[in-house]
Design a protein around this ligand. Structure first.
Ligand code: XIL
Length: 375
């Protein structure tokens, strides 16, 4: 049999036993995770899947740990929303990706007053010491600083930046490291996926500067919000992660959702979405330092996209009625094939993934081709 026929014969439809985290771990990743938001906690149908450790090895509070929730007025801390999600992880044994300590958005008004450097430094110190202190030992990772740049690579003129310049980032990482020394400290942003734009270059320069100033940054999180048919190719994603990997010990996709810009969708749109998701997961699998993938909620029922981008949506792996989409089966098939082929960490591991009719996924691996099987 010619090798190409052999691999067509290996066509994998949805694996029978196809929970994402189980497959991701078998393929060599640390986790496959999802964001969980507080309103979903009392939805039993939602929680059955969210708590399934084989499906999601990690959860991230979509909002619960943000500044507006944890320190809504100065010096008054409230952990109700964050704890509600952290407690799920405690009960199930899922990892908790903690999100986020210092961000320009969802920030109470008092933080944006005109403070001088010392005042802002104290505000940040107090916030991080309390919040990261409260969650000490519970977080696999913390998104210490989120979204510091504009798309053109200029620093966002946030209240923190206005008061302290880049030092607010260095300071935040130092305080986070002192407060919870064993959690992984991440810088997290969007539009830093497609290699190599101004924002990526600015991120690389910032990480170098902050590290040179003596602060520890362990990871860079690429949020991974994108649009069907317009999302970065696997090659672009891998090139970006290779550059980040030179500076930090791990990288991850932290908030993946791939939204349709035209609704309702056609079968072709849904297959394109599957291919786009497969590119993200494939890029992570083939990047030695990529530890995992978090989707920014798993069902369209709780996706933030329609609220943020009216007219767009259906960005998740499950639809709003909890049916798995072709994107789900494609991702599961890719993970399963990667696990079977032992692809992870191999230099030659470049599976070509084709999503065909009805969402069937063909995975050809260079590693296997190189053996000349069947030739
Ligand atoms: C979003 C939440 O999902 C929404 O519920 C909220 O209204 C706004 O924030 N980048 C981030 C996330 O880092 O915190 C954002 O989450 C999505 C974009």
């Amino acid at each position: 049999m010619h090798f190409s026929q052999l691999f067509v014969a290996l066509l994998t439809a949805a694996p029978a036993d196809c929970q994402l985290d189980k497959l991701a771990k078998a393929a060599g990743l640390k986790y496959f995770g999802t964001a969980v938001d507080n309103p979903a906690l009392n939805n039993q149908q939602y929680m059955r899947i969210a708590r399934d450790k084989d499906e999601f090895g990690s959860i991230t509070p979509a909002n619960g740990q943000k500044w507006s929730n944890t320190e809504p007025s100065q010096g008054r801390f409230n952990y109700g929303s964050g704890d509600a999600i952290a407690n799920v992880a405690k009960q199930t044994g899922q990892l908790l990706r903690c999100h986020t300590l210092v961000w320009y958005n969802q920030l109470p008004g008092y933080v944006s007053s005109n403070y001088n450097r010392d005042q802002m430094q104290r505000i940040i110190t107090t916030h991080i010491q309390n919040v990261a202190g409260h969650y000490k030992g519970q977080c696999y990772a913390w998104d210490v600083v989120n979204e510091a740049f504009e798309d053109d690579g200029k620093f966002r003129q946030s209240a923190m930046y206005r008061a302290m310049g880049i030092d607010y980032i260095t300071h935040s990482f130092k305080i986070a490291a002192q407060t919870d020394p064993s959690t992984k400290l991440y810088y997290n942003d969007f539009n830093i996926e497609r290699c190599c734009n101004a924002k990526i270059n600015a991120t690389l320069a910032m990480v170098k500067t902050v590290q040179a100033a003596g602060a520890r940054i362990d990871g860079i999180g690429m949020q991974g919000h994108s649009r069907v048919g317009k999302s970065p190719s696997k090659r672009e994603l891998m090139d970006t992660m290779a550059r980040f990997s030179e500076l930090v010990q791990e990288v991850a996709f932290t908030e993946v959702d791939i939204r349709h810009t035209k609704l309702p969708t056609t079968a072709a749109d849904r297959e394109q979405q599957a291919k786009d998701y497969v590119d993200v997961v494939g890029a992570c699998l083939e990047t030695p330092k990529c530890v995992g993938i978090t989707i920014w909620d798993y069902t369209d029922q709780y996706s933030w996209i329609p609220g943020q981008y009216p007219g767009e949506g259906e960005a998740c792996l499950w639809d709003r009625s909890y049916n798995k989409k072709v994107a789900y089966t494609s991702v599961a098939s890719l993970l399963q094939s990667a696990a079977e082929a032992g692809l992870r960490g191999k230099a030659v591991a470049t599976p070509a993934v084709d999503v065909g009719e009805g969402g069937k996924v063909t995975v050809r691996t260079v590693a296997a081709e190189a053996t000349g099987v069947g030739r």
